[in-house]
Write a protein that binds this ligand. Structure first.
Ligand code: OKV
Ligand code: MN
Length: 246
C-alpha cells in the first residue's frame, strides 16, 4: 500500500487544466492509496468556507467521494488557503492537521508541513503571516460580507504579486537553520513539505543522524505527487495531458 502526498496545486477556476488533472488523480490513483495528505495551497485563494460556487463544489465532491470510499484524507493549511475550516472538513470528510505534524511513515517519524514557516529570511512575509493567522483578526475577517472579503482578497493578491518580484530568489527559499532546528525539536529524521516549488530530495544531518528533507513540486506545468511505501518514497510527475484522455 501507498501513502500519497501532494501540495501547491493552487487550484482556481482559471486553470481547468490543473483542475482536470487533479480530478483525474482523485478518481483514479488516489482511490488506491492508504491515505492522502495535502500539504497546503490546494487552492490559489480561500476567503471562507461559505464561498460556495460550482468550482468549489466540484473539488469538495472529489474529496467527499474519496473519503466515502474509505481513503483517509488529511490537510495542512498553506499560505493561500489558511482559512479552510471546520465546515470544509465536515463537507468533505478531510481531517485538518496542525501546521507542524509528526506522522509515523512506515516506521520513520516524519514531520509534515506546508513549508512557509521555514522561510524565516522573508521577514515581511512572516510579519504578514502573524497578522492573518491571529484568531481574532480571522474572526473579524470572516464576519465581513463575502463580496467585501472577495474585494480585500483581490486587493491583497495584486499587491503581493508586485511585492514578490522585488524579493531575491534566496529569501524565498527555506532557511537551512530553520529546517535543522525544527527537525531536531520534533526528533525526526524525515521532513516533507511544499511551498518553495523546488521539488527535490535533500540529504542532511540532524543531531549526528542521517536525515532527509523531501520537497514536493507544484502543479503549475504538471502534477507532482510523492508516493511512499514501506520500501521508500518516490517523487513523480503527472502530465496535464493524461487527464484529457477521458
Ligand atoms: C492568500 C496571499 C491573498 C500570500 C485577510 C484576515 C485581513 C484572512 C485574510 C485575505 C486574502 C486569504 C484570506 C490570499 C494569500 C494573498 C496575498 C499574498 C503571500 C485578513 C484573514 F487582513 F484582511 F484582515 N485573507 N485571502 N498572499 O486572497 O486567499 O500568501 S487570499
Ligand atoms: Mn505556499
Amino acid at each position: 500500500m501507498t501513502i500519497c502526498f501532494i501540495a501547491d496545486l493552487h487550484l482556481s477556476a482559471d486553470r481547468p487544466d490543473i483542475t482536470d488533472c487533479f480530478l483525474h488523480f482523485m478518481s483514479t490513483e488516489a482511490t488506491q492509496c492508504e491515505a492522502l495528505y495535502v500539504l497546503g495551497d490546494l487552492f490559489e485563494m480561500w476567503i471562507g468556507d461559505d464561498d460556495d460556487n460550482a468550482f468549489h463544489r466540484q473539488i469538495k465532491c472529489a474529496f467527499k467521494a474519496l473519503t466515502d470510499s474509505g481513503v483517509p484524507c488529511f490537510f495542512i493549511h498553506g499560505n493561500r488557503d489558511f482559512l479552510i475550516g471546520k465546515q470544509f472538513s465536515r463537507e468533505t470528510g478531510v481531517m485538518l492537521l496542525p501546521e507542524h505534524t509528526v506522522i509515523d511513515l512506515y516506521g520513520t517519524p516524519t514531520l509534515i508541513l506546508h513549508g512557509d514557516t521555514l522561510c524565516t529570511l522573508d521577514e515581511s512575509y512572516q510579519r504578514y503571516r502573524k497578522k492573518v493567522h491571529n484568531p481574532f483578526i480571522q474572526w473579524l475577517f470572516l464576519r465581513l460580507p463575502l463580496a467585501w472579503r472577495q474585494a480585500v482578497g483581490r486587493k491583497m493578491r495584486s499587491g503581493s504579486s508586485s511585492n514578490n518580484q522585488m524579493k531575491s530568489y534566496d529569501i524565498m527559499d527555506v532557511t537551512p537553520q530553520a529546517v535543522t532546528d525544527l527537525m531536531s525539536e520534533h526528533q525526526v529524521t524525515h521532513m516533507i513539505h511544499g511551498h518553495t516549488h523546488r521539488p527535490a530530495v535533500h540529504d542532511l544531518t540532524i543531531d549526528g543522524q542521517q536525515a532527509t528533507r523531501t520537497v514536493l513540486g507544484d502543479w503549475y506545468d504538471q502534477g507532482s505527487v510523492l508516493l511512499c511505501t514501506a520500501a521508500g518514497c518516490q517523487l513523480q510527475m503527472r502530465s496535464f495531458r493524461m487527464a484529457d484522455q477521458n
